[in-house]
Design a protein around this ligand. Structure first.
Ligand code: SF4
Ligand code: SF4
Length: 130
């Protein structure tokens, strides 16, 4: 399952993910990470049956952990097939078929929200996370 780990400025210099992996023995497969001076945001996969263990460890170190279980929602009726979402999606959720119709593979979505901001026709939305 995909999770998002938010790390605030007061703990950003601490190796909390490494500590949690060592502490729990649970592996994280990181698919996206963004850090700057003020905060960090990491999207990672973790075994579903190990989520509680990892979440408890990360939370005890000050991180915020969110399950990413609501992928992108595409409103086909609003879409004008401009392709803007294709150019910004980091995981290639969007593609076009031979007739230039948009194809959406929700299973690849890591819920970063970038395409929602880019879509000129409000055809894209995220559920409970953005
Ligand atoms: S950015 Fe919006 S309107 Fe453009 S192709 Fe993607 S979903 Fe459709
Ligand atoms: S939310 Fe992010 S990963 Fe998901 S479809 Fe949009 S740009 Fe791609």
């Amino acid at each position: 399952m995909k999770i998002k780990i938010n790390i605030s400025s007061d703990i950003i210099t601490k190796p909390i993910m490494a500590e949690s992996i060592l502490e729990t023995g649970v592996l994280l497969n990181i698919s996206q990470a963004h850090f700057d001076r003020s905060c960090g945001e990491v999207v990672a996969d973790v075994d579903e049956d190990k989520f509680d263990q990892m979440c408890k460890s990360l939370t005890s170190k000050g991180a915020k952990v969110t399950k990413l279980n609501v992928p992108i929602k595409w409103d086909e009726n609003e879409c004008v097939e401009c392709g803007a979402c294709m150019s910004v999606c980091p995981t290639k959720v969007f593609s076009m078929d031979d007739a230039f119709s948009l194809l959406v593979d929700e299973s690849k979505c890591i819920q970063c929200g970038t395409c929602v901001d880019m879509c000129p026709h409000n055809a894209l939305s995220l559920g409970n996370n953005r």
